[in-house]
Design a protein around this ligand. Sequence first.
Ligand code: WQD
Length: 304
Amino acid sequence: MVDSIEEITGIRPGFANIDLNNKSAVQEFLRIHKVVAIIHFAAFKAVGESVEKPLEYYRNNLVSLLNLLELCRENGIKHFVFSSSCSVYGQPDYLPIDEFATVKPAQSPYANTKKIGEDILRDTTAVMNINVISLRYFNPVGAHPSSKIGEYPVGAPLNLFPIVTQTAIGKRDKMKVFGTDYNTPDGSCIRDYIHVVDVARAHVVAIDRMLSGQTKNKYELFNLGTGNGLSVLEIINAFEKITGVKVNYECVERRGGDVEKVYSDTSYANKELGWKTTHTLEDMITSAWAWEQVLQKKSLVTSK
Ligand code: WQD
């Protein structure tokens, strides 16, 4: 990953592999490096898994956040970007959902960790000298167009896109579509898929906004979505059409913790951040597919 970033940007980033739940190890890192701003991406992120493992999710996602915020206070770090999630909206009363909607009860422990995370951040900015921007990701997918950086699931992936590409390439015989009895046109769940490069660009904008003193409040939050809601079956069909490769699937029971449909109102983020998505569904599918093929080549080389 570090090599790939260097190949793409010409800059080799510093890298340290530290568990954020180990506060003293993070403090040691901050003692050595001068940190001006933090983008906090690290968390568990699988909705279905969180229903099975609530304690692991609450501990990992919340203790790491508390450690980082305490360390910001102890080290005078004043800028913080948080990876939040559209799942904080629960099943919204209206769609597309905007940032001013009342947040509904979380439908999974994962979603609740993000909701509680946002509450912790809001309360902290009220009393601490720190600016925070929460970015509520919808469904980030795809890979860098160079195919040098992409999703590298630890063990079996749990999110839709890597499961579709793994099925198409033959790593798995068949995939499952969780629920076709939802109140949607084809019965499967609707999500707002967004290309990872658009998500990454929003973080650059958020950091610039804070460092240049353009924030309007100490705590701000923005949706990161495209505004297009697509069903699971529409994604599979689009994948088959764009790549020409069949995806073997079966329709099964609903998965625990899933909301029926959610997609973003993008107007506030577009206007306030001056940020817009530029990647299409085709970009998402072709880059995810190219990345899966790179992963397969790598595994063929290492298994020889
Ligand atoms: C998408 C849809 C599944 C796998 C994700 C992230 C979470 C978050 C929001 C930010 C659902 C269906 C999936 C499969 C399927 N935010 N599905 N068969 O749950 O929307 O949550 O986006 O980053 O972090 O995890 O994403 O990709 O798991 O599921 O039918 O084998 O695909 O039921 O409707 P989800 P997902």
